[in-house]
Design a protein around this ligand. Structure first.
Ligand code: AP5
Length: 193
C-alpha cells in the first residue's frame, strides 16, 4: 500500500517545521519531520552519531541510513496507532531530500502535492536560524559557516527534487510572509488535494 502524502519542501529556515507541526494537529493528518527523528535519537545510537557527524558540517546524512530511519519511524507510528495509513495523510518535512531519496521512496509514497516554501531573501532565513539558535540547542544553527553550507547543500542537492516531481505536483508558497499568512496559503492548497 502507498501512503497518501504531501511534501513540505524548502530551504533551512523556510518554516517547514513551524507549519508542519500545525498541520499535524489537524485530525487525519500525520506529520513526520526527518530532522526531528534524527534529533530524537539517543547520542549513543549509531545513527545518532552519524547524524551529528554530517549535520554539524551542514551535510546530508547518507541516503540508506536516512531511509532506514524513516521506515523504522513510520512502522513504529503505525504500530502504536498514532499514524493510520488508511485514514491519514502523511505530511513529510525534510524527506525526500534529493532525487535519489525520492526514487527510493517512489513505491511507498503516493505524492499528492509538494508545497514549496520559498523565501528569496537568504538573509532573512539566516536571521531566523540564528534567532532559533538562541532558543534551541541545535548544533547546525550555532555557526554561520554551517548555516551557509546547509543553504548550499539545499541549492545543489535538494532543490532538484522539485523537478523530480514536476510542475503538476508543485505549489509555490511565499514563506517570507507572517507564519499565519503562510499557513493560509498552505491550507488553500491542501483542502484541494
Ligand atoms: P532539518 O531538521 O530538516 O533542518 P532544515 O531543513 O535545515 O530545516 P530547519 O529545521 O532548519 O528549518 P525549517 O524550514 O523547518 O524552519 P522552521 O520552521 O524551524 O535537517 C537538519 C539536518 O538533518 C540536515 O542538515 C541533515 O544533516 C539531516 N537530515 C534531515 N533530513 C535528512 C534527509 N532526508 N536526508 C539526509 N539528511 C537529512 O523555522 C526556522 C525559524 O524561523 C524558527 O525559529 C521559526 O519560529 C521561524 N519562522 C518560521 N516561519 C517564519 C515566518 N514565516 N516568519 C518569521 N519567522 C518564521
Amino acid at each position: 500500500m502507498k501512503y497518501r502524502t504531501v511534501l513540505l519542501f524548502g530551504a533551512p529556515g523556510s518554516g517547514k517545521g513551524t507549519q508542519g507541526r500545525i498541520l499535524g494537529q489537524v485530525p487525519d493528518f500525520f506529520y513526520f519531520s526527518c530532522g526531528d527523528a534524527f534529533r530524537n535519537l539517543r547520542i549513543d545510537d549509531p545513527i545518532g552519531k552519524t547524524f551529528i557527524e554530517y549535520s554539524s558540517r551542514g551535510l546530508l546524512v547518507p541516503d540508506d541510513t536516512t531511509i532506514n530511519l524513516w521506515s523504522r519511524n513510520i512502522q513504529a507510528s503505525t504500530m502504536d496507532g498514532s499514524f493510520n495509513p488508511t485514514r491519514d495523510t502523511l505530511i513529510l518535512d525534510g524527506i525526500p531530500r534529493n532525487p535519489k531519496q525520492a526514487e527510493m521512496l517512489k513505491d511507498v509514497l503516493d505524492v499528492k502535492g509538494l508545497l514549496h516554501l520559498a523565501c528569496l531573501d537568504k538573509a532573512k532565513m539566516i536571521e531566523r536560524l540564528q534567532r532559533r539558535a538562541l532558543r534551541e540547542n541545535r548544533l547546525d544553527d550555532a555557526n554561520l559557516e554551517v548555516i551557509k553550507k546547509r543553504l548550499d547543500t539545499y541549492d545543489n542537492e535538494t532543490k532538484p527534487v522539485v523537478d523530480y516531481y514536476g510542475p503538476k505536483l508543485v505549489h509555490q508558497i511565499d514563506s517570507s510572509e507572517h507564519p499565519v499568512k503562510v499557513l493560509r496559503q498552505i491550507l488553500d492548497v491542501v483542502v484541494k488535494l
